[in-house]
Design a protein around this ligand. Sequence first.
Ligand SMILES: [Zn+2]
Length: 335
Amino acid sequence: MKQLLTIFSSIFLFYACSTEEVRPEAEQTLGQAGPLNNKKCGTTKLSEQRISEDPDFFQKRANYDAFIANRILEASQESAKASPIITVPVIVHILYNKEADKFSKQFVRTQIGVLNNAFKGTNGDISKVPEKFVKSLAGDTRIRFDLRRIIYKATDVEAFSINDFSEADIRNPNKGGSAPIDPVHKLNIWVANLDGFAGAAFKPEHNVAPEQDGIMMNRMFFGLFESDTNPLNLGRTLVHEAGHYLGLRHLWGDDALGPTGCRTDDGVGDTPNSSRGHTGVPVFPVVTCGSEDMFMNYMDFTDDKALLMFTKGQTKRMRAAFDFETRKNIGIFSN
Ligand SMILES: [Zn+2]
């Protein structure tokens, strides 16, 4: 674990990018705090938290993998007709310190639009995927996110922390947080000042209660906005965290919290194993573990403008998650 923490501590992100949408006035100041040494993803930290809380964590994790593998096999033997659309109702909680920090409804809707484009494979830059990986492209995952409600909540908390396992405060109105809405049936996303990470998600294998489940987003990396200094400005941190929420791991398989390097994988056949996350905007090819890395996958750590794709294998794994205990009530199926 210490080795893993060292690796994560060393992953700092560099900030330079621009995009097509002008951020509303209230949002324009938010991405201009200068270069941040902010770690991309706190989901592994949440895994550490679960390991400390649940002595059966690794057994349950193995059970989850077996369940998903079986569901993917069953799905491959089912009807060849198009898979149903699975819609996830979404509640977004905006926790703000001052009125000027409130994201507009349109800004939130645009972020959910980015999320849906990623899951449809309709992001405009998907054509940048290297030829090598085109055959692995997910296309339309037929998973959708439907924004049902935005909760605005003023808070005196300057930053909620994932590092010290006090992330529960974000859900607790008595601690400056915002209580989840219908968490059995809806994905709750909290947007707030997060200490240390751009975002974090509970995964289905974490087996947390619905009241604890969901995604936490650092407001600095939420939404689509212009920035010269923030490389996570295209709304793709939420795409990454949504991938975790539906059971995806980083491509280098760190979530076992055991040996890293090339010895662990993400459990997906069409995402080549890599030894680590990538940062910035790498130039293809980058080779680790004896193969070309898919650093443009949403489950890597590259800058937003370099994150382009999910794979077919990841799609199967995410869709299978909706049959698992902790996700089976969260999706609405339709054709
Ligand atoms: Zn992550």
